[in-house]
Design a protein around this ligand. Structure first.
Ligand code: S3P
Length: 443
């Protein structure tokens, strides 16, 4: 289990290569397995999470090959055509992988058992199991809604209308992946819109998906079952959640300027960037364009002075994975930053509210948290960040990377233990950050 020390670094500068988007990479493989024919996926994120999804699909008889670095091909078997005699699918650390694949299995005449690492085995699966049972899947759930869980799918699932209590793209996508094999319309209602990569990719490949806002301001998304999915190639843009680490680091480190090219700027993913701009950050979206159904831009960011703000609850779904790195930015801001409506953070790879509050407090940054909020009392300048602590990653890649970024501006180094988990989303984090001037060392 590797530990990394991060030390005060002078101005970070240059272009940094951020890997393909994790959400879109999982979906490209999974939805690719349902097209009629062969597709090529470019810039696939080759991280542990995504490889776990590729391996699970192979165990379900989908032919998948790596062609060259970050380029893969998937031979789709059509909708609902998986095979395998109850394979044990080890999904590692990946919440998205396990939940989406549960949906896929639920819409096929196949049985599979899902398992995962220590962190994934503690995460709640009831939110997925409940709608899939309504679809007609048989769920063998002996561990109080946690892994391992066995699912026996249904080749023609019922077309359900499901009101989700949480805005969760994992829940919505699992229901749609099952609903693809259904003969009717599958409807998901969410309290606010979660990331829509599944809907965009399905539409790009030829499916019919309609999104409407309802009078009570919730959202209804309707998928027509049994579409013909065309075998079109997919280019995966860079991940805005991974780009957040070098971008926030440049903003909080004096005399810095970085550029990240080809980033997904889907409006349901860029809440962090909106928030940073409101805090006073110098961030620019350049060269905006659309590729394979997603909006893309190059993002530049420069050192900036930040002020604390209140981040409204309504923004949470569009920046759900970015609160840990926002907490880092908030630590140097002038004034108080209040993050509202963030209870979902308690159910991620670790309880991220607790992990950030404890880690920051351990180095003298004042925080306050309630069940669904996190408040950070900013120091006003990077020169007042003490550092000098050891942080445990809690098997959470985003917690590990957030504290490593904070170490780059701290008076004394920060050591993060158990950093292997970073490879679940940003395998080259260490090398890429060091290339733009970060001082990260394995110890
Ligand atoms: C994801 C959805 C989010 C996010 C996760 C990736 C996805 O989870 O936190 O990292 O790809 O669908 P929820 O849908 O549970 O909010």
């Amino acid at each position: 289990m590797n530990s990394i020390e991060s030390k005060k670094s002078l101005g970070l500068s240059g272009e940094i290569k951020v890997p393909g988007d994790k959400s879109i990479s999982h979906r490209a493989l999974i939805i690719g397995s349902m097209v009629n024919g062969k597709i090529k996926i470019k810039n696939l994120l080759e991280s542990e999470d995504v490889i776990a999804t590729a391996n699970a699909l192979k165990q379900l008889d989908v032919k998948i090959n790596k062609v060259t670095q970050n380029e893969w091909e998937v031979f789709g078997n059509g909708i609902g055509c998986l095979e395998g005699s109850n394979p044990l699918l080890d999904m590692g650390n990946s919440g998205t992988g396990v939940r989406l694949l549960m949906g896929l299995v639920a819409g096929s005449d196949v049985e599979a058992t899902f398992t995962g690492d220590k962190s994934l085995s503690k995460r709640p699966m009831e939110r997925i199991i409940k709608p899939l049972i309504m679809n007609g899947a048989f769920v063998h759930n002996e561990n109080n809604n946690t892994l391992p869980i066995r699912i026996k799918g249904n080749r023609i699932p019922l077309p359900i209308k499901y009101q989700s209590p949480v805005a969760s793209a994992q829940v919505k996508s699992a229901i749609f992946l099952a609903g693809l094999s259904s003969l009717g319309k599958t409807t998901v209602i969410e309290p606010s819109l979660s990331r829509d990569h599944t809907e965009r990719l399905l539409k790009y490949l030829g499916a019919e998906v309609i999104t409407n806002q309802l009078p009570d301001l919730s959202w209804e998304i309707i998928l027509q079952g049994m579409p013909e999915l065309n075998p079109l190639d997919i280019s995966v843009p860079s991940d805005p959640s991974s780009a957040a680490f070098p971008i926030v680091t440049a903003i909080i480190t004096p005399k810095s300027e970085v550029l990240v090219k080809n980033v997904c700027i889907n409006k349901l993913r860029i809440g962090l960037y909106k928030t940073l701009i409101e805090m006073g950050a110098n961030i620019k979206f350049l060269n905006e364009r659309e590729i394979d159904g997603e909006n893309i831009a190059d993002i530049s960011a420069k050192s900036s002075s930040l002020i604390g703000i209140t981040v409204p609850k309504s923004r949470a779904p569009s920046m759900i994975d970015e609160y840990p790195i926002l907490a880092v930015a908030a630590s140097i801001a002038n004034g108080v930053t209040i993050m509202e409506g963030v209870q979902e953070l308690r159910y991620k790879e670790t309880d991220r509210i607790k992990a950030m509050a404890e880690g920051l407090s351990s180095m003298g940054i004042q925080t306050h948290n309630t069940e669904d909020s996190l408040t950070i009392y900013g120091k006003g300048t990077s020169s007042l960040i003490e550092g000098g602590v050891n942080i445990h990653s809690m098997l959470d890649h985003r917690i590990a990377m957030s504290f490593l970024c904070l170490g780059l501006i701290s008076k004394k180094p920060i050591i993060v233990n158990d950093t292997d988990t970073i490879s679940s989303s940003f395998p080259n984090f260490f090398d890429e950050m060091n290339k733009i001037g970060a001082k990260l060392n394995y110890i």
